[in-house]
Design a protein around this ligand. Structure first.
Ligand SMILES: Nc1nc2c(c(=O)[nH]1)N[C@H]1C(S)=C(S)[C@@H](COP(=O)(O)OP(=O)(O)OC[C@H]3O[C@@H](n4cnc5c(=O)[nH]c(N)nc54)[C@H](O)[C@@H]3O)O[C@H]1N2
Ligand SMILES: Nc1nc2c(c(=O)[nH]1)N[C@H]1C(S)=C(S)[C@@H](COP(=O)(O)OP(=O)(O)OC[C@H]3O[C@@H](n4cnc5c(=O)[nH]c(N)nc54)[C@H](O)[C@@H]3O)O[C@H]1N2
Ligand SMILES: [Mo]
Length: 923
């Protein structure tokens, strides 16, 4: 290579690529140079402030910090020489003098002490400095500034890597001090507990408090470290589980392609749910004298009022026998299964195979139906593929980024860090959401706070501007997209000026956003549940596709369409065929050829009719048409809309088998409860939102008699007469990969070696294609489709009795129905109770106070919870997260569904709020 720089380190000739520092080259050459303020991991800018990495450059008087100094041709660098060695020693001596003595230090095995040992400085000859008070105000992290060396890594971690802007360095010189916000205790600051600073801190000044005793001394060290993936969201962060005595004591971010070492509060501090005492440990069968199903709640700490213990043999016989009985008597159509997007690809594949082969029906679905079903419907219809066109990290290459109906700082926090970084580096970030987004909005070029349910009006108005001003990409359209004429005609009816009032955004802003998106060299769109969870969710997504195709903002670097996938394995579970209309890899069940292909592969006859979807299955159970169900790793009694109806449906089932890790609200209704494996206990692959297939490994053992999910499903199929003959997980993977072209070139061995491979993958040594659709689309014509769409109002509009719009969703700390996160110590501590958010002005107008108990009522039901003041929520709207069983949002929500995606309208219904009279009286 011509740009290579040749220079010498300690007399050895070495080569540097352009931009590389002396430190990086030395490291590659196996020459260790101490470092404290320098972190070679991605995202960290060298700062050169601690001077632990000093080297001598021949001919220069002053020593140089090797972490920041770049070599030049012919330069002679001395690392081991006397002068640089003594200088580094002195640096460590000074630093050691400022540290608590090693025996009482917070982390005697920290990076700092490691390097002090290497340099040979154990004790200092300088006097010790004054003591600091520990800051233990945060439930997950302890701050002990007596060990702080002002290396500034935590500041860079917080501001530059995770872009949370909480940590700063106040004062100068000897008084310099790390502060949170305005020198607040960490636990009272705006810290979102991503823990990046803890991971970066080289001295133990910032540490996981779980590793420390009361004297702030480290007492816990891992005996093993296991490379796995995070169990929570679709970002798919790679983690290292640090394990001691069969318990995860801490979690670190690993250098995965989607997270580059970053994590969020759940991944880092929330995996202890798997060791919660409520974990199911023995198979259970409903007692003959138990109360009627669904009539009352079961105490997960004492399930014996409703269930009795059973052996695996008995439990599996009863579970499979009940399903078989219904199949024999009422036919396959009387059975259905809900699988899990939290489980592995192999579990999902086995689950859908069991329903299709052993139950004999396509009635198999999962939470994707409640999630991106409408997005996928629109994407399949118009682009021929439901996956993302580019990874979220592509935001770094974009000039314009639209985030619409998604709240990534809470729901995909690691992805959000890339979006915030891109915005800080100059990309125009446009946030479109009825609820203002403080965290992301700070970095936005435009915050478009528009009226809920008006996405089509807003997006059509943008398209109007694009066509009216000739900003469409005619060349791209000619080459790759159909339907432009009809679209152009349609959006003529949506001039921004006329849409402004309906949408609640001035025409100028709409036009500016349209221009920015259309004219930038690379624009990318991210969307989430605010787009998909409406009765017009598919139309919303069609509009986004229209935007991308009309402007050619897809298929190139920095462009694309990215529906942020929610669950850790919702992409994989969908790919694996846990969808009622399609076999694995989206092969329509109604297509005779595909049916034949799968019949041959599985050696059995299959059902050629589309199965029912989640909400349809619940309705069919309510109507008595579905009589038996197998639910694995989903909690529909909490996550389905119109909960009273959903639970009544579950209660009506003749036979319900629930395979879970906790006794959930769904399991309350079960006849048989099968104790399964948590993510931390199993082997398997997961596919994240970026289409990266990644390997998860077991870190801890199964509790009690719990068994692996895949084994349980396999047993149920076997006991219904279909022995698939798998002995281990990798065999399941091999069968999947054998019939799923999407997994071509991605072998199990490869995943064990590489940890992560993106599909589609063109060759066994290729890392996979992060960006797709550069040469057109996987549709029959090879072209994408633009579809004109009209405004469909939400199914239930506010009126006199129910004057407010109720929207539901998530919080950073909780996972969906709370089954897991309310059993995670730190997460539960951070968000302990059910709340409804309302703008403080609206609270004031009613003469109420935040913190009061209120009652929220819709046409479906009523719940009582605590009122929270939240400036993000616009007037006329209230927001409720759906994680709290004691005040379940889905008691209130509207089950009306989108005609194409069959997704319910979780984001919009009419509601009323009043003070909770009973509670006020009791106070
Ligand atoms: N902490 C946490 N993270 C999660 C999850 C979790 O439970 N907890 N769940 C995971 C899953 S499965 C999913 S699907 C994702 C979901 O992630 P997101 O899609 O971010 O989910 P939500 O919070 O439900 O809603 C997103 C946004 O839609 C906005 N919105 C409401 N109504 C409208 C509307 O009419 N139009 C538009 N454009 N926006 C609207 C809301 O104000 C909200 O900001 O998160 C994943 N990550
Ligand atoms: N009101 C309202 N409702 C919504 C939404 C909304 O925005 N608003 N969003 C919808 C969306 S996008 C989604 S994705 C759904 C999510 O709905 P669900 O999938 O029903 O919600 P989770 O709480 O994630 O349920 C996962 C269950 O799996 C269990 N589990 C975890 N790991 C394992 C495992 O390894 N093995 C087994 N066997 N079990 C395991 C957990 O204990 C938990 O009970 O909710 C939907 N419902
Ligand atoms: Mo979801």
């Amino acid at each position: 290579m011509t740009d290579t720089i040749r220079f010498e380190i300690d007399g050895r000739t070495v080569e540097a690529a352009p931009g590389e520092t002396i430190w990086t080259v030395a490291k590659r050459e196996g020459i260790e140079i101490p470092h404290l303020c320098h972190r070679p991991e991605p995202g960290y800018r060298p700062d050169g402030n601690c001077r632990a990495c000093m080297v001598q450059v021949e001919g220069e008087r002053a020593l140089a910090a090797s972490c920041i100094r770049k070599p030049s041709e012919g330069m002679k660098v001395s690392v081991a020489g006397d002068r640089p060695s003594r200088a580094r020693e002195l640096v460590f001596e000074l630093l050691v003098s400022d540290q608590p003595a090693r025996e009482t230090s917070h982390d005697p095995t920290s990076q700092f002490w490691h390097w002090a040992d290497q340099v040979g400085v154990a004790q200092s000859r300088f006097p010790e400095r004054e003591q600091w008070q520990p800051d233990t105000s945060h439930p997950a992290m302890a701050v002990n500034l007596d060990a702080c060396i002002h290396c500034n890594l935590c500041v860079r971690a917080c501001r530059e890597v995770q872009v949370n802007d909480v940590i700063g360095l106040a004062h100068r010189g000897h008084d310099a001090k790390v502060v949170f916000d305005f020198d607040d205790p960490m636990g009272e600051s705006t810290c979102v507990a991503c823990g990046e600073c803890v991971q970066a801190c080289p001295t133990g000044a910032l540490m996981e408090s779980a590793l420390l005793d009361e004297q702030q001394t480290r007492t816990e060290w891992p005996d093993t470290q296991v490379e796995s993936v995070c169990p929570f969201c679709g970002v798919g962060c790679q983690v290292t589980y640090n394990v001691k005595d069969d318990r995860i004591i801490s979690v670190d971010g690993r250098n995965g392609p989607s997270n580059e070492q970053r994590l969020c509060v759940k991944g880092r501090f929330g995996t202890d749910y798997s060791r919660h005492p409520h974990r199911l440990q023995v198979p259970m069968i409903r007692r003959a004298d138990a109360p009627k199903r669904g009539d009352d709640k079961v105490d997960p700490a004492n399930p014996w009022t409703h269930f009795r213990e059973a052996s695996w043999e008995e439990a599996l016989e009863v579970a499979a026998g009940g399903l078989q009985r219904i199949r024999d008597r009422d036919g396959s159509g009387a059975l259905a299964g809900f699988g899990s997007a939290k489980g592995t690809n192999e579990e999902a594949y086995l689950f859908q195979k069991t329903v299709r082969v052993a139950f004999g029906t396509n009635n198999v679905d999962h939470c994707t139906r409640l999630c991106h079903a409408s997005s996928v419907a629109a994407l399949m219809e118009n682009l021929g593929s439901g996956g993302v066109s580019a990874p979220f990290n592509a935001a770094s290459d974009a000039e314009c980024i639209i985030v619409i109906g998604a709240r990534p700082t809470e729901n995909h926090p690691v992805a959000a860090s890339y979006l915030k970084q891109a915005a800080k580096n100059g990309a125009k970030l446009i946030v479109m959401d009825p609820r203002y987004q403080v965290q992301l909005g700070r970095y936005a070029w435009r915050n478009v706070q528009f009226k809920p349910g008006q996405d089509v009006a807003l997006l059509n108005a943008m398209l109007h501007t694009i066509f009216a001003e000739g900003l469409e990409d005619t060349q791209y359209i000619q080459a790759h997209a159909d339907g432009v004429e009809a679209l152009r005609e349609k959006v003529k009816d949506f001039p921004p000026k006329e849409m402004a009032e309906l949408v609640g955004v001035d025409a100028q802003t709409i036009k500016e956003c349209a221009r920015a998106y259309a004219t930038s060299n690379a624009s990318i769109i991210f969307w989430g549940m605010g787009v998909s969870q409406h009765v017009h969710g598919t139309d919303n997504s069609r509009s986004l596709i229209n935007l991308a195709l009309s402007t050619g903002q897809i298929g190139r670097k920095g462009t694309g369409l990215h529906p942020l996938r929610g669950q850790n394995n919702v992409q994989g579970a969908s790919d694996a065929g846990m969808i009622p209309m399609v076999f694995p890899d989206y092969k329509p069940v109604t297509n005779a050829d595909f049916k034949q292909q799968f019949e041959d592969y599985w050696g059995t006859e299959l059902d050629g009719q589309k199965g029912l979807t989640v909400v349809e299955i619940v309705n069919a159970a309510h109507d008595g048409e579905i009589k038996g169900m197998y639910v694995m790793g989903e909690n529909p009694a909490m996550s389905d809309p119109d909960q009273t109806h959903a639970r009544a449906a579950l209660a009506k089932l003749e036979h319900l088998v629930v395979q879970e890790i906790f006794l959930t609200e769904t399991a309350f209704h079960a006849d048989v409860v099968l104790p399964a494996s948590a993510q931390q206990e199993k082997t398997g692959t997961y596919t994240n939102t970026n289409r990266q297939v990644q390997l998860g490994r077991p870190a801890i053992s199964l509790p009690g008699e719990a068994r692996q999910d895949w084994w349980i499903t396999h047993e149920i199929a076997r006991r219904m007469g279909h022995d698939f003959g798998f002995a281990q997980v990798r065999e399941v993977y091999a069968e999947m990969a054998g019939i799923m072209p999407s997994l071509a070139n991605i072998t199990w061995d490869r995943l064990e070696r590489e940890g992560s491979v993106t599909y589609p993958c063109p060759a066994p040594d290729h890392p996979g294609e992060p960006i797709v659709f550069s040469e057109g689309f996987p549709t029959p014509s090879g072209r994408g489709g633009m579809k004109p769409v009209d405004i469909t109002p939400p199914a239930e509009l506010p009126d006199q009795d129910y004057p407010l719009v109720l929207t539901t969703g998530r919080q950073l700390e909780h996972w969906h129905t709370g089954a897991m996160t309310r059993r995670a110590r730190v997460l539960d501590h951070l968000e302990p109770e059910a709340i409804v958010s309302m703008h403080p002005r609206e609270i004031g107008k009613r003469g109420w106070r935040a913190g009061q108990r209120v009652r929220v009522t819709t046409r479906r039901g009523s719940i009582a919870l605590v009122l929270r003041a939240d400036r993000e929520v616009p007037s006329g709207m209230i927001f409720i997260p759906f994680a709290y069983a004691e005040a379940a949002a889905n008691v209130l929500t509207n089950p009306q569904i989108d005609p194409d995606g069959k997704i319910p309208e979780f984001k919009f219904c009419a509601a009323r709020i009043e003070l909770d009279k009973e509670k006020q009286a009791a106070e």
